[in-house]
Ligand binder design. Structure first.
Ligand SMILES: Cc1cc2nc3c(=O)[nH]c(=O)nc-3n(C[C@H](O)[C@H](O)[C@H](O)COP(=O)(O)O)c2cc1C
Length: 205
């Protein structure tokens, strides 16, 4: 088998085997320099108008714990509903004890000339940021780093931006909270629905 075809098969296998794993199964830390290196590679993604919209916040243990606490407060608030109180505490523990957390936002300057000329730039920046995140998840998987992309709305907490260090929350939309760490769980290929259900332009002849 040629080097080229081995590489192609490796890439197909990597894409198919990438899996979400919960932070409760992480038991090892990943140095932030290694995460920075993988972010640098992942940034190579399609990007209309070359705006480079993604912003990355690599959190330390203290801020990870704080984000867990804030999410608990978002979930349970002042509620005395035992189910919400239990869920809030469970999420605080799960998030707050994660070995790593990377918050990724998509930056668009609402006062920019570009946005005035091209109102779709907000969605396009979001799309680029999502491409970068998928790149990152594949790089994580290939480096034996487990991850979970979450959109649990912790950013609704008034202290969130300040905790993370987001300077102007009006310009940055949180796209992902990426929990990461080392986990012993193996990656399994998952079966998807039949492809014919989704390819809709078959010739009728
Ligand atoms: C935009 C986005 C948001 C997500 N938000 C959450 C979330 O808030 N909580 C969660 O448990 N998983 C979340 N996930 C992970 C998905 O649940 C997961 O990708 C899905 O179950 C498929 O599993 P797989 O990643 O192993 O293929 C999110 C994934 C994406 C792409």
């Amino acid at each position: 088998m040629s080097e080229d075809s081995t590489y192609k098969e490796w890439l197909v296998e990597l894409i198919k085997k990438r899996r979400t794993r919960k932070p409760i199964y992480f038991d090892g830390k990943v140095p932030s320099e290694r995460i920075e290196h993988l972010i640098d590679v992942a940034r190579n993604a399609p990007n209309h108008h070359r705006t480079e919209p993604a912003r990355f916040y690599i959190l330390d243990c203290e801020r990870i714990r704080k984000v867990g606490k804030l999410f608990n407060e978002v979930i349970s608030g002042d509620s005395i509903d035992p189910a919400l109180v239990e869920k809030g505490l469970r999420k605080e523990k799960e998030w707050g004890n994660s070995s790593g957390l990377l918050v990724i936002t998509s930056y668009t300057d609402e006062n920019s000339l570009l946005l005035r000329k091209h109102p779709t730039v907000v969605q396009e920046n979001y799309a680029t940021t999502c491409c970068i995140i998928q790149n990152l998840l594949l790089l994580f998987e290939s480096n034996n780093i487990s991850a979970k992309w979450s959109t649990g709305p912790v950013w609704e907490h008034p202290s969130f931006s300040c905790t993370i260090g987001i300077e102007d929350p009006k310009k940055e939309k949180v796209v992902a909270l990426l929990f990461y760490g080392i986990s012993p769980l193996k990656a399994e290929i998952r079966t998807l629905s039949p492809l014919k259900n989704f390819i809709l332009n078959h010739s009728k002849s």
